[in-house]
Design a protein around this ligand. Structure first.
Ligand SMILES: C[S@@+](CC[C@H](N)C(=O)[O-])C[C@H]1O[C@@H](n2cnc3c(N)ncnc32)[C@H](O)[C@@H]1O
Length: 258
């Protein structure tokens, strides 16, 4: 049975209640949106699981959204479809009901990833698209030198890709997703060339892994990154990233066909 918290969340992250609209630091990025749209192909009906506030849902598709958290459902802008209160592990849909389905930045929060992906496969005729992080690559990012606990948490939470591909069955392609230098969707690696922005507590808060470390660790990170930026040691080691147009980090897109 899937455990759910006070607001209906099924994952291990609490979503503070707030009004409709996107978290300002997590606006969908158009370049990433393009990669997702290509993976969905010519699908008309699309299921979005763990849909949150509806990032990356477009008018090009007829979207059915599933979102277990009441607070996240409340954040969905009025023009988007009302999300259904359900979990990936037990989808209330018929076999093959959708042309395609997607789940974005969500599988790491599910209590049973295999069951959720099998459910997505069951209700989808065409591609199942999963945007997630490859835990084997998470610690390669420079942030590991300054906030190892955060990236250890991320690496621990994200399921290994072989588990995802096995659960999806059929044929799965895994595509690294290039992260643009001015990426508007503020997950940690989005700041690869703009380290100063990670000194903003609101930017960090928009990325769930930061909620698993305590204030002391957050302060230690802030102090050490400030020191490295002030002394020039960050730029000495990583300054070349400030002008690199895209970064290939841990972000990957899986596309599974039956
Ligand atoms: C980081 S948010 C991503 C939201 C959205 N997909 C996006 O890209 O902005 C992860 C979402 O997964 C949802 N979630 C957690 N466990 C879930 C489950 N078992 N089934 C479906 N959704 C789940 C959470 O409530 C949350 O809204």
């Amino acid at each position: 049975m899937v455990m759910r918290t006070y607001d209906g969340s099924a994952g291990d992250v609490d979503h503070p209640t707030s009004g409709p609209g996107h978290v300002p630091h997590r606006r969908p990025d158009v370049r990433i949106a393009h990669v997702i749209a290509q993976a969905l192909g010519d699908a008309r009906t699309v299921l979005n699981v763990g849909a949150g506030a509806g990032s990356y849902e477009t008018a090009a598709h007829t979207i059915t959204a599933v979102e277990p958290s009441l607070a996240m459902r409340a954040r969905r802008p009025a023009q988007l479809a009302t999300a259904i209160d359900a979990v990936a592990e037990d989808l209330p849909f018929a076999d093959g009901q959708f042309d395609a389905s997607m789940t974005l930045f969500s599988v790491h929060q599910w209590s049973d990833v295999e069951a959720g992906l099998r459910e997505m496969r069951r209700v989808t005729r065409g591609p199942v698209v999963v945007l997630t992080c490859d835990p084997a690559r998470v610690r390669d990012f420079w942030l590991y030198e300054y906030a190892p606990d955060v990236l250890d948490t991320e690496a621990r939470h994200h399921p290994p890709l072989h588990r995802l591909t096995a659960a999806l069955g059929g044929t799965t392609t895994v595509q690294p997703v290039p992260i643009p230098l001015d990426c508007t969707d503020g997950f940690n690696e989005a700041y690869y060339g703009r380290p100063e922005l990670l000194l903003d507590p609101a930017a960090r808060q928009a990325c769930s892994a930061w909620s698993f470390i305590d204030d002391r660790a957050r302060q230690a990170f802030d102090a050490s990154l400030r020191r490295a930026l002030g002394s020039g040691s960050w730029d000495e080691a990583f300054g070349h990233l400030r002008s690199r147009p895209t970064y290939h980090g841990s972000l990957v897109l899986l596309r599974a066909t039956p």
